[in-house]
Write a protein that binds this ligand. Structure first.
Ligand code: BG6
Length: 486
């Protein structure tokens, strides 16, 4: 299978925060990969911008290093790197002052797609938006891309939306949730809405429950200061897990169109019920020998921290399709495996004609986000061979990498896909302002309640699958978590 690469229109893409970690690890190497794939027209330019004084050759050397570090040696070559670097420029600007803005204004073309990537601290979003406007740089069609965290609660998210709205229309604002750019996440929509097979079963009558797991083996790394003020609920659930839940739970949009899709997701968020304390388990990793040593408190340098590095919760959706089918979400750091999946666990058959068969299992559709993107549908069959009718469970397993052949091994990173969507002007995989606010409106009271109670997260060992109480969350409902494995 050969995938078609359709070049985007020529563009000027300005990356504010171009010397930062995200630009170095994801944005710039991702652009190189799209360039090599033939998606970036020769007349396009990528303009790095940050406070640091640097000239074009300096920036090119910086990007060359990033490519060497983050792109596999087999996927880069000197000739294409040189051609890519030719597209790069650099302008130093001061987000809070006037330095550099006239130079940027002089460089930017108005007859190509203009995109501005705010890969900076959220406190600078307003300054950048205002200066792009005041210096007459951004055209009415220009796009701005903003990174998470988009606020830390409803109030700050509203303020941020208002700040951006003062200078840009909603149709110009691309709020990134990189989970929406992941191959499997989009495949979820294809599986649901391009096949007749699942829809008749996709409801509370046939689905017993849904499990969404995003488990990481890494700790908080060098982001302790940010993370300790966020925790897993703000860092992962309010955005990434919420988006996954929406894609599983939403109704079919009338068209694969940005607002049609986002309207349906928004309805799901509005239907989310408040979560009671008994349905939440928060955890914090202890010190341990696996996965790197230090406890959470040591990693964030805050001895008495009550922030969770793990959370599991049971969520109910109050609508006709899902009433009575719980969604169990869990995510955490320093866990047993890097394994993210969505599992749709179907109900038992209404009556077993085979009697009480041992080894009987319910059908499960498991969608693996990472690693090894793919899908497995477990079905019951007869155990092969003579000896009567015994049942066994077998997986119908589909690995995207294998199914797509060579193309599958080269699945674009979420950031690559999302940046190309910005240039194309397609907002389907970006969060709309009202969606982010609705997500915070659901999240805020949950966090406020545990803060008011002064709850402490339960300890768990690095390399485990989280605190023991999280097992109980399902056990008491007669269910169990799926094994966390890579
Ligand atoms: C980020 C979170 O949004 O997503 C990180 O801030 C987390 O804490 C990361 O590690 C996970 O992303 P991925 O793509 O590695 O699953």
């Amino acid at each position: 299978m050969v995938s078609r690469v359709i070049p985007v229109d020529p563009f000027d893409l300005v990356i504010f925060g171009a010397t930062g970690d995200l630009a170095r690890r994801k944005i710039l190497p991702g652009l190189y990969r799209r360039f090599v794939a033939g998606q970036i027209p020769e007349t396009s330019r990528i303009i790095g911008s940050a406070r640091t004084e640097m000239d074009d050759p300096g920036f090119r050397a910086f990007v060359a290093e990033a490519i060497a570090e983050f792109i596999d040696a087999k996927k880069r070559d000197a000739e294409s790197i040189t051609r890519f670097l030719d597209h790069l420029r650099y302008v130093a600007v001061d987000a809070k002052g006037d330095n550099g803005w006239p130079e940027l204004a002089a460089l930017i073309r108005t007859d190509v797609v203009q995109a501005y990537y705010f890969s900076v601290a959220p406190s600078l979003f307003g300054d950048l938006a205002e200066r792009l406007h005041r210096h007459g740089i951004a055209t009415p069609e220009a796009r701005i891309v903003v990174e998470k965290p988009f606020g830390r609660d409803l109030e700050t998210a509203k303020a941020l939306n208002a700040t951006l709205a003062a200078h840009f229309a909603e149709s110009q604002i691309y709020r990134i949730d990189h989970y929406l750019g992941k191959e499997t996440v989009q495949n979820l929509m294809a599986v649901r809405f391009a096949n007749i097979l699942f829809e008749p079963l996709w409801n509370a009558r046939h689905v017993d429950h849904v499990q969404i797991t995003v488990s990481e083996t890494v700790g908080v790394g060098g982001r302790g200061a940010y993370y300790d003020k966020s925790g897993a609920m703000r860092d992962m659930v309010q955005n990434h897990l919420m988006q996954l839940l929406c894609l599983i739970a939403m109704e079919a949009p009338y068209r694969f169109d940005p607002d049609a899709v986002r309207d349906e997701k928004l309805k799901v968020i509005h239907a989310l019920q408040p979560v009671v304390p008994e349905d939440i388990v928060r955890g914090q990793y202890r010190a341990g020998t696996r996965n790197g040593g230090g406890s959470y408190a040591e990693d964030v340098d805050h001895r008495d921290s009550r922030t969770e590095s793990y959370i599991a919760l049971k969520v109910d959706i109050a609508n006709w399709r899902w009433k009575g089918t719980p969604f169990y979400l869990r995510t955490g750091k320093k866990l047993r495996a890097r394994a993210s999946e969505i599992a749709v666990v179907f109900k038992e058959v209404p009556h077993s004609i085979f009697g009480d068969e041992e080894g009987w299992r319910e059908n499960v559709l498991a969608i693996r986000l990472q690693p090894n993107e793919g899908m497995t549908l477990s079905v019951m069959i007869k155990e092969p061979g003579p000896g009567g009718m015994r049942l066994t469970e077998v997986p119908l397993d589909m690995s995207f990498a294998e199914a797509l052949g060579e193309d599958g091994a080269d699945i674009p990173d979420a950031y690559e896909r999302l940046i190309m969507d910005v240039i194309r002007g397609n907002q389907t995989l970006f969060m709309r302002g009202d969606e982010v606010e609705a997500a915070w409106a659901w999240t805020d009271p949950i966090i406020a309640a545990w803060e008011a109670r002064g709850d402490r997260p339960k300890g768990y060992d690095p390399g485990s699958s989280g605190p023991e109480d999280a097992l109980m969350l399902l056990h008491r409902d007669g269910r169990r978590w799926r094994e966390m494995r890579e």
